[in-house]
Design a protein around this ligand. Structure first.
Ligand code: COA
Length: 311
C-alpha cells in the first residue's frame, strides 16, 4: 500500500479579472443568469502571461513554500489541453525555467477537465514504483483564446490559471482510483482547424450529474469507506449546480466540499490543482485526512481518486 504526501503547493491566475458584468458589455447575457445557472461570479483571463508563465509561477511558489530543493524534482507533469506549443510541452518549459535537466522526465497530460485527477494517478504510480522520488504536478490552462465570444452558452464558463503540488511517496498512505471514458467528439470539443471550445451544454450537464456520483461511489467502495468517513471532497469546478447535485445524491455535508468556481470559472485541468493549493494555504488539507477528488470533461473523460494526506 502506498499513497502521497503533499510537500509544497502554489497557484497562479490569469492577469485580468473578468466579472460577469464585464461579459454583459460584450455578449447578450446577465450577471444573474450566469450566477443562477453556474454559480460563477468572475474568472481570470490571461492576456500577458502564456500557459507556461502561469505554470512556472505556480511551480516556483510550490517550491518556495516547501522544504524541497528544486534539484530533488525528478518528474514534471503538466495537466493541460491548452499548451502554448504542440511541442515542446509545457512541462519541458517548466524544467527549463527551473534550470532542471539531467534526470528529469517531463510530459503534458491531456485529459481535459479530468487532467489533474489522472495526473494524481500517474504521480502516485511513479512514486510507488520508485521510478520517481519527487513529482511536480501542475494543472495549467490558458483557455481564453480558445473561447468563441459569440457563443454565450460556453464563453461565460471558462477561465485561466494554474495550480501546482509537489508530491512525495507516503509508504503508509491509502490511494485508490477509478476512471473511464465515453468517447464523444461532438458534445464537447476543440478542433485544431477552428480552435474554439464547442459544447452542447445540456448533454455535458447530464453526463456530469450521472457519472460524478457513480465514480465517487466506486472509488469510495475501493477505499472501503463511505461519504461520512471522507473529510474533503474536491470536485472539478465546472458548475455549482453539478457539484450541488452530486453532493445531494451522495449526502455529503456542505462543510466537506471545497468550491471556488465562483472566483475562477472552469479552469479545466487546472481546477482541482488550484482548489488543492488554496485548501493547503487555508489549512483545509491536513495530514491524515481522507480526500476524494473527482474530475470530468471532454473525452468524455471521468475519474476519481480516494487518498489519505500523508504526514
Ligand atoms: N446568458 C443568458 N442566456 C443564455 C446564456 C447566457 N450566457 N446562455 C444561454 N442562454 C439562454 C439560451 O439561449 C436559452 O434561451 P431560450 O430559452 O430563449 O432558447 C436559455 O438560456 C436556456 O438555455 P440552455 O442551454 O437550455 O440552458 P441550460 O439550463 O442548459 O444552461 C449551461 C446552460 C451551459 C449553464 C448548462 O447546460 C451547463 O452548465 N452545462 C454543463 C457545462 C459544463 O459544465 N461544461 C464543462 C464540463 S467540464
Amino acid at each position: 500500500m502506498s499513497g502521497i504526501k503533499i510537500l509544497g503547493y502554489g497557484l497562479s491566475q490569469g492577469d485580468k479579472i473578468v466579472s460577469n458584468s464585464d461579459l454583459e458589455k460584450i455578449i447578450d447575457t446577465s450577471d444573474s443568469w450566469i450566477r443562477e445557472k453556474t454559480g460563477i461570479e468572475r474568472r481570470f483571463f490571461s492576456v500577458e502571461k502564456n500557459n507556461l508563465d502561469m505554470a512556472e509561477e505556480a511551480a516556483k511558489r510550490a517550491v518556495e513554500n516547501s522544504d524541497v530543493k528544486v534539484c530533488d524534482i525528478d518528474l514534471i507533469l503538466v495537466c493541460t489541453f491548452t499548451p502554448d506549443y504542440a511541442t515542446p510541452s509545457v512541462a519541458c518549459g517548466v524544467a527549463g525555467r527551473l534550470n532542471l535537466g539531467k534526470g528529469v522526465m517531463c510530459m503534458d497530460i491531456n485529459a481535459a477537465c479530468s487532467g489533474f485527477v489522472y495526473g494524481l494517478n500517474i504521480a502516485k504510480a511513479m512514486l510507488e514504483s520508485k521510478a520517481s522520488k519527487c513529482v511536480l504536478l501542475i494543472g495549467s490552462e490558458k483557455i481564453s483564446p480558445l473561447l468563441n465570444m459569440e457563443d454565450r452558452s460556453s464563453c461565460i464558463l471558462f477561465g485561466d490559471g494554474a495550480g501546482a503540488l509537489i508530491l512525495g511517496a507516503d509508504e503508509e498512505g491509502l490511494f485508490e482510483s477509478s476512471s473511464g471514458v465515453l468517447y464523444d467528439d461532438e458534445i464537447l470539443f476543440c478542433d485544431r482547424s477552428n480552435p474554439k471550445v464547442s459544447m452542447r451544454g445540456q448533454e455535458v450537464y447530464r453526463f456530469a450529474v450521472n457519472k460524478v456520483p457513480e465514480i465517487i461511489r466506486e472509488v469510495m467502495a475501493k477505499g472501503g469507506c463511505s461519504a461520512e468517513d471522507v473529510d474533503r471532497f474536491v470536485f472539478h469546478q465546472a458548475n455549482l449546480r453539478i457539484i450541488d447535485s452530486a453532493a445531494a445524491k451522495l449526502k455529503i455535508p456542505e462543510n466537506k466540499i471545497y468550491k471556488n468556481v465562483q472566483n475562477y470559472g472552469n479552469t479545466s485541468g487546472a481546477s482541482i490543482g488550484i482548489c488543492m493549493a488554496e485548501m493547503m494555504e487555508k489549512g483545509l488539507l491536513k495530514a491524515g485526512m481522507k480526500v476524494v477528488c473527482c474530475g470530468f470533461g471532454a473525452g468524455l473523460t471521468y475519474g476519481a481518486t480516494f487518498f489519505t494526506v500523508g504526514e
